[in-house]
Every structure is written in C-alpha cells, then in structure tokens.
Design a protein around this ligand. Structure first.
Ligand code: NAG
Ligand code: NAG
Ligand code: NAG
Ligand code: NAG
Length: 526
C-alpha cells in the first residue's frame, strides 16, 4: 500500500514536471461550455453525458458524483476528438430526480474541477425565432412573473449566445447566460435578452405538476427561418441542397438566414448533453412558402431526434417535441395567406398533432391570442401565459402520458344533408362550445366550374362565409351560403386567416380547458 502510494506520488510529480516543461496551461482540464454549477442533468432512466477537454492524450480522467459520500466513480481516457483537441466523455449511471449533488473531475496531474449544486430532472431545449426569444420582461404582468421566479429554485436556466457557423461546432462559441438558479435576476434580466418567456412559463408549469427539477436551455434568434436551424441532412430530404443564401460574411447583427448556420453554432454543440425533449416557436419567417415548411418542419424534428440519439442510452430517438402554432398578427381580417398555410404545415397537413407523420409531437394553438397593440409589434403577442398553459397541457399528455384534455375540437366527420343545404360537422374528441359570433370563421369554396384551383389562390372571391349555424355538444351544422347553391362545392375551411378572431373569441372551443379548435381545410364531396 505504502509502495503504491509512493509510486503514485512519483508518477504524479513526474507528470506535473513534464507538464510544466511544456505548456502547463494546455494540460489544464476543462469542461465543455454547456456544463457548470447549478446545472440540471437528465434524470433516470437516461444516462447523462459529461464531456470536456484535456491535452494529455491517453491520460486517465476520473469523474465522481457526490453528496456526502461518493455515489459514482467513472474513469475514462483522454482521446483525440474530432475537433482536433484532447477530449474525454463519461456517461453517469441513471440517477433519480433530486439533488443537490456535486461532481468532481480530476486527471492524473492533480487538476481538479468541481461542479456544485447539480440537480437531476428533465432538460428541455427551447428554440425558434423571436416569439421564443421574447422574454419574461415583455409578457403581461411581467413584474409579478419576474418576482414569482424566486419561488422556483429547482428550475435552472441556460441561454445560448447568438452565434453563427458555417460548419458544425463541437462547443458553443459563447454562452449568454450560464446555468443559473431561477431568480428575478436570472429570469427577468431584460427585454430580448434572458430569459425566454415561453420556455420559462412552460418549465414552471411543468415543474408545478411534476414536482421535480427542470433544466431549461434557450437557443433562439429572432427573424430566423427554419433552414438555418436544420442540418444539411434534414434539408436534403426536402430537396434543399443549394443554399441560395450562402453569405458567409453576414454582417454583424444581421439576421442569419443561410442553411444550417444556427444548427451548426447553437444546436449541434449540445448533442452530447442528454435531454428530455424540445419545444419550438418559429414559422413567421417561412410564411412566404408554407408548402415547403410541410416538409422542412417534420424533417427537422426527425433529424434532431436522430442526431441527439446517436448514443442510444442518452437522449431518446423519439424524444417529445412541442411547438406553438403561429399566433395572430396584423389586425386585418382579409389576410388568408402566409400564416394559415404555415399553421397547416406545422401539422404536416393533418390539422392536429400527434399524427402518423409527427409522432410524439404536441402543440399549443395560439391563433386566438391577437395583441395588436403589443409594444413589441403585433407579431409578438404578450399573452405567453395562455400559450404556455396550452403547451404544458399537451406536453403533459404527450410527453409524460399524464391524462389531460389537451386538444381543441377537431372534425372527425363531415356530411351534407339530403338537400345539400346543410353540412354537419361531427366533433367526437370531447365537448364543443360555440360562441355566438356572427363571423364564425367557416367558409365554403364553390364555383361554377369543377376546377378546384380557384380555392388555392390568394383572392377570397371563391370563398363564401357561413352566415348561420347551429350546434350541439358534438356537432356544428353549417347552413351552406346561398352563393354556393347550385354551384360546385369544393372545399370547407375554418379560421383560415392570419388573425381569425378577437382575443379568445374564435368559434370552436372545448368546454374542458377552453382549448380552441385548430384551423383546418378539407375537400368536400357531395
Ligand atoms: C461530444 O463529446 C466528444 C468527446 O467524447 C467530443 O469530442 C465531441 O466534440 C462532442 N460532440 C459534440 C457534438 O459536441
Ligand atoms: C420591456 O419593454 C416594455 C415595453 O416597452 C417596458 O415597459 C419595460 O420597461 C421593458 N423592460 C425592461 C426590463 O427593459
Ligand atoms: C404534407 O406532408 C404530409 C406528410 O408528409 C403529406 O401527407 C401531405 O400530402 C403534404 N401536404 C402537402 C400540401 O404537400
Ligand atoms: C394578469 O394579472 C391579472 C390579475 O391577476 C389577471 O387577471 C390576468 O389574467 C393576468 N394576465 C395574464 C396574461 O396572465
């Protein structure tokens, strides 16, 4: 024993001496930028990954998980990483929710890193454009929301800095807000800085239901299209190989649009960090091409799942993915292109999620939350509480299998009466409530010809609003507009406007949880 100790001592001394002869600084052990004090690691059954750097290839790195005693000890060797540096990575064995723990990491040269106040819980990534970047400081009742953050020390937040890269990065170029305990300062820093309101409120409502730690990682950038958050593999699936926006010298502060620039810099570096799921609020920047989004959105979700799960015991290859269906924007009842098409594409043209193309995907409908007077512009509604409440309900149901009524009413069947003067829509997913507004949002497309393409133009001339309807708890009966009698009836659609109704005043809601029926369009056959 004594001999071993002495040998060890000599070995350490020798290595230390060698290090000093070379560059002692290079030998220093360090962590990847996504790890630090106050972090939340993914709880059991997943294996959380921890990695970092050390220059001595072949050296042994020891990682210990501790509370009052050593609970786990794992050793690994330093190898040459794809980034051309010495790297090491360990997987901790699964740990149940709770904490705090500390993690001690050391090499054979006596370098030690201690990570303090580590919790185990669920880690969610929150991404997208400005409505995800929109911070708690900007929501309604911001003062009260910020003060309330002090009550949730088991929620931890992390904000990735806005950076771009033309090739996948292995580590974040910089971090805006390192892992921080939720507090008025860490959650209410300022408008457009940190912390993301939808991410925070979603995490807070989840925590209130689950009662264990939640780690929230915000990685978002206002104005950005989906192509910049997608890897080249995802884009290829949709035929996007040439980047028409290849502008590698994008100006400082310009909104990045080039293919994969933010995937490379703001998502790829996080792949080694075991996560539970992701939420997404994006699509406004793709409103010019909704049919492409029908491919690019499901393809990005699938690709993130593949890339995050390359190591099978870390993140699930079918991890839950939630999104916010685009909210209302301008106060103009005539706009029927752009956002309605994106909302439809956000569901891969099914109208609702989950569906066969988008499994384990959940959403919050937000089209009925206009905020035309928002000081941040009407495209940034301030009621993120309702958005997060709806997203949490669907997340609890889909991502946690907790029974909740999480979907607004969606048609299961439509049928004309014998005279073709009424169309009966059956909603059998729960009870329906119909408000008594004259503008109910249902429209028929009809024309004298059999050509259905008249329904797909931006013009509203072939679309006729339903002026009266009746309803029961599971059906809505539409009186066919008189302009459509003796015409070819092609299509029916609902809430197909950028801003379909006043605040919380669309036509169809569920009784339980007051969830709006999502917008839809369908072909009609008599
Ligand atoms: C994951 O960890 C390895 C070390 O095992 C490191 O070389 C690599 O850069 C990390 N990958 C990413 C995508 O960060
Ligand atoms: C955020 O913006 C709102 C609306 O302009 C303003 O009232 C508020 O003071 C701002 N908050 C901070 C922290 O700057
Ligand atoms: C959208 O994608 C789904 C599934 O991938 C497909 O069934 C549907 O036809 C597509 N819709 C359009 C309008 O391309
Ligand atoms: C803001 O607070 C008031 C008073 O508590 C409440 O009635 C209202 O619903 C809150 N608004 C939001 C969006 O949460």
């Amino acid at each position: 024993m004594k001999v071993l100790f002495t040998l060890c001592f000599i070995f350490l001394y020798f290595k230390g001496y060698q290090g000093q002869k070379g560059s002692r600084k290079d030998a220093t052990l360090s962590l990847a930028s996504s790890y630090g004090d106050h972090m939340v690691l993914q709880k059991a059954p997943a294996f959380p990954g921890i990695w970092g750097y050390s220059s001595n290839i072949g050296d042994v790195i020891t990682v210990q998980l501790l509370n009052t005693k050593i609970l786990q000890q794992i050793q690994t060797t330093v190898r040459m990483g794809p980034e051309g540096k010495g790297v090491w990575k360990v997987l901790l064995s699964p740990v149940g929710a709770g904490g705090p723990y500390s993690i001690k990491i050391y090499n054979s040269e006596g370098d030690i890193i201690t990570i303090n106040d580590v919790l185990f819980g669920d880690v969610w990534v929150c991404s997208g454009q400005s409505n995800m970047q929109f911070t708690v400081a900007g929501v309604y009742n911001a003062t009260a929301e910020i003060a309330d953050a002090a009550s949730f020390p088991d929620i931890r937040v992390f904000t990735v800095a806005m950076e771009t890269a033309t090739v996948p990065q292995y580590d974040f170029i910089s971090v805006e807000e390192p892992w921080s305990v939720a507090s008025p300062a860490s959650v209410g820093h300022g408008n457009w800085t940190y912390f993301s309101a939808v991410c925070w409120l979603y995490g807070k409502y989840l925590h209130q239901k689950l009662n264990y730690p939640i780690g929230l990682v915000a990685s978002d950038w206002g104005g950005t299209p989906i192509e910049t958050w997608s890897s080249t593999d995802a884009l290829q699936k949709c035929g996007l190989t040439e980047d028409s926006n290849t502008d590698t010298d994008e100006q400082v502060n310009a909104v990045p649009t080039g293919h994969s620039l933010l995937w490379n810099a703001m998502i790829h570096p996080f792949l080694n960090y075991t996560i539970y799921g992701a939420i997404w609020y994006q699509g406004e920047a793709n409103a010019g091409n909704p049919s492409l989004y029908n491919c690019t959105f499901p393809a990005m979700i699938d690709d993130w799942r593949v890339k995050f799960s390359e190591n099978k015991v870390q993140t699930s290859g079918n991890f839950p993915f939630g999104f916010v269906q685009l909210a209302a924007d301008r106060d103009d009842a005539t706009i029927s292109t752009g956002f309605p098409g994106i909302r439809w594409s956000q569901t891969a043209s099914y109208g609702m999620v989950p569906n066969p193309t988008m499994k384990n995907v959940f959403m919050a409908v937000a089209m009925d939350l206009p905020d035309y007077k928002s000081p941040f512009g009407s495209v940034h509604p301030r009621d993120k509480q309702t958005v997060a409440t709806r997203l949490t309900l669907s997340g609890l149901a889909v991502a946690y299998s907790i029974p909740e009524k999480f979907q607004g009413p969606f048609p299961s069947n439509v049928a004309f009466d014998e005279q073709n003067t009424k169309l009966i829509i059956t909603y059998d997913m729960g009870q329906t409530v119909i408000t008594t507004r004259s503008q109910n949002g249902f429209e028929f497309c009809c024309s004298a010809s059999t050509d259905v393409s008249v329904c797909e133009t931006a013009s509203l001339t072939s679309w006729f609003p339903v002026t009266s309807l009746t309803s029961s708890s599971t059906t809505v009966t539409l009186n066919v507009p008189t302009s459509c009698s003796n015409q070819q009836m092609h299509m029916l659609r609902y809430a197909w406007r950028e801003s379909p109704c006043p605040y919380k005043q669309c036509a169809v809601y569920s009784v339980v949880n007051e969830l709006p029926g999502p917008p839809f369009k369908m072909m009609l056959s008599k």
